[in-house]
Write a protein of this length. Structure first.
Length: 636
């Protein structure tokens, strides 16, 4: 094919073929096939050397070269060396390179990615060679390669259809040129597009004015983005608006940052409004309260004044429920801490984890959100404060504040409980079952094939246990192999009374550690049934928690009782009231006569004669009186 040496094109880049993307050498080959003379060199240095001594009519260069040389720098140097020379950059298509190339003075920017990039490059080169003035094409290419979306709408046509979109618009929106042209640009709008911003653009267009708005738009795949749209009218010689040019820029990152700042500012404002005085108010309520009920009600009232509503409910470990007892109790009813269908409601989460738990939606109905705040002190959870907000809570900061309020209320409840103990002998009685088949008492019960029950505790570690329907020989054999040391003390009817060292029994050790008083104990081969009492609620809950740490615990009863401590005189009068007249007389005469001294200062016969009864009857009365005295002392 004939070539025109007067139209020689200099192409700078890698050798043709073998690369993942076409090269300038591929453009040179295609140009020669079209009858255009094209020469290839490998480096920018070779190109500048040749441009300084020949009459090349056009330069086509790639953007990247090995080492420190690059195509944009070559464009800049070629423009200084040959101002009239048409320059074409054949590059990968990133916006930064395109912007730098335009600044450097390139006439044409051709992307190496896409459909037939080599053919497109040849067409651009041919057009430059056919027209000596590259300025109009330079402007076209600048608009096409601009790093922001550019559109042109026909203001004279119905519904102002788009008649032009650049490549950046296609890339940002996902809509191909043929999908966008002929349509009004509102196809970018969607459900969350602010109608006020749309109306603002409409008013500017109707008035023939420029405007700039930021609104939420949608890409073709449905993804939302924040679009900063600037509209400007284009007028003809008579001043009539013929077109509207639009500049569109994705400002999602900037807008999201602004929204985060706005939310933080609003959250701080809401938090300050809520906490203003609430902490001080709750502390004041705790200090001033004379009883637990007043403290609970006042604390809920203080919280409700800053929030939408609040209630307090004590936690009952016997049946695993929280029963609201103060504040807006109609919002809750009785709440199980186990939750439905395995779900953990906020109250359950607060009890289980000891942290503030927040929920929204149905759990907070009819308010926006609810925070369940554990009321705990010294490892004991007294209950839960439920605080309702009209909208939502302000993250970790507000959660921490609510947690501190829960601790303040728990401290107050503990202090009132301690004061009450000094005035009234209030006891908390707990009935529970500890399931532990490998426990020492359960093992002893299994060896005896009988239930064991507590008769008396001689010392904290020495118990008198009754074994039901067991012979002394069978009990002796069982104790020989049992994990507890013990002996057969006596036989009572069909039962045996055993004296057993219970120090290895972990459940009883827990009771001793927490100062609990054991009231009853029954053991079989599967479990221990324990009844204990404490002076206050807190220690009782601590015992349950400590037992649950190593065994399965089922709380069957958790009750409060009150009794006024008896004086010495009341105790004596109470014991005396159990004695018959004969028993009291026998006891007093024996004591006053020195019968209990050794040697006896008086004999039983003498005392019996003084009461006009025989010696055997006297000893029966005296023994009965002594048994009642000992029983009263041991029980007390």
């Amino acid at each position: 094919m004939a070539t025109d040496r007067e139209r020689e094109v200099l192409c700078v880049g890698a050798a043709a073929g073998g690369a993942s993307l076409p090269t300038a050498s591929d453009v040179a080959i295609a140009l020669r096939e079209r009858g255009v003379a094209a020469r290839t060199v490998r480096t920018p240095a070779d190109a500048l050397d040749r441009l300084g001594r020949d009459v090349s009519r056009c330069l086509v260069t790639e953007a990247a070269f090995p080492g420190t040389e690059d195509g944009v720098a070559l464009v800049r140097q070629a423009r200084e060396l040959r101002p009239e020379l048409p320059l074409v950059l054949f590059a990968d298509g990133d916006e930064r390179t395109a912007s730098e190339a335009v600044s450097a003075g390139v006439d044409e920017y051709v992307r190496r990615r896409g459909t037939d990039p080599v053919g497109a490059a040849c067409e651009r080169v041919t057009a430059l060679l056919d027209d000596g003035d590259p300025t109009p094409r330079l402007l076209d290419r600048a608009v096409e390669a601009a790093p922001i979306g550019i559109t042109v709408a026909d203001a004279q046509a119905p519904d102002m259809p788009l008649v032009y979109v650049n490549e950046t618009f296609e890339a940002e929106t996902g809509y191909a040129r043929e999908e966008a042209l002929g349509r009004n640009c509102r196809f970018l709008q969607g459900t969350d597009t602010d109608p006020e911003r749309v109306a603002e653009m409409r008013r500017a267009i109707d008035a023939g004015e420029a405007t700039s708005v930021t609104l939420r738009n949608y890409r073709k795949d449905g993804e939302q983005f924040w679009n900063e749209v600037t509209l400007a009218p284009l007028r003809d010689a008579s001043g009539t608006v013929t077109h509207y040019v639009g500049f569109q820029q994705d400002v999602t990152r900037r807008k999201e940052a602004e929204l985060i700042i706005e939310r933080r500012t609003e959250n701080r404002r809401r938090l300050l409004e809520r906490v203003d005085g609430v902490l001080e108010g709750v502390v004041a309520a705790v200090v001033a309260a004379s009883d637990r009920e007043t403290l609970r009600e006042t604390a809920c009232a203080r919280l409700a004044a800053s929030y939408a509503a609040a209630w307090y409910g004590p936690y009952d470990p016997a049946d695993g429920t929280v029963r609201p007892a103060a504040g807006a109790v109609d919002l809750a009813g009785e709440l199980s801490i186990e939750g439905a269908d395995g779900a953990a409601p906020p109250v359950a989460e607060a009890i289980a984890d000891g942290t503030v738990a927040v929920a929204e939606g149905a759990a907070a109905d009819p308010h926006g959100a609810v925070a369940a705040v554990p009321v705990a002190y010294g490892g004991t959870t007294y209950g839960v404060l439920a605080v309702y907000a009209a909208d939502s809570f302000v993250g970790a900061t507000e959660h921490g504040l609510l947690g501190a309020l829960g601790t303040v209320v728990a401290t107050g409840l503990n202090a009132l409980e301690s004061q009450r103990t000094l005035i009234v002998d209030e006891r908390v009685v707990v009935d529970l079952v500890v399931t532990a088949t490998d426990a020492p008492l359960a093992a002893l019960s299994a060896a005896l094939s009988a239930e064991l029950s507590l008769e008396r505790s001689v010392t904290p570690d020495q118990f008198l246990l009754r074994a039901r329907a067991v012979s002394p020989d069978a009990a002796t054999d069982a104790l020989a192999d049992a994990p507890l040391d013990g002996t057969v003390l006596t036989e009572r009817g069909d039962d045996c009374l055993l004296e057993v060292d219970v120090s290895p029994v972990r459940a009883l050790e827990v009771l001793r550690e927490h100062g609990a008083n054991l009231r009853d104990l029954r053991a079989d081969s599967r479990s221990l049934r324990v009844t204990f009492e404490t002076a206050r609620e807190g220690p009782a809950r601590s015992v349950v928690d400590a037992l649950a740490a190593f065994a399965a615990v089922d709380v069957e009863g958790f009750t409060h009782s009150e009794r006024r401590p008896s004086t010495r005189g009341e105790f004596v009068d109470g014991v005396a009231s159990t004695l018959t007249e004969r028993q009291r007389t026998a006891l007093l005469k024996a004591y006053a006569g020195g019968f209990f001294e050794w040697p006896h200062e008086v004999t039983g016969e003498q005392l019996a004669e003084s009461m006009d009864i025989d010696r055997s009857t006297f000893h029966q009365h005296l023994t009965a009186a002594q048994r009642k005295l000992v029983a009263a002392f041991v029980d007390q």
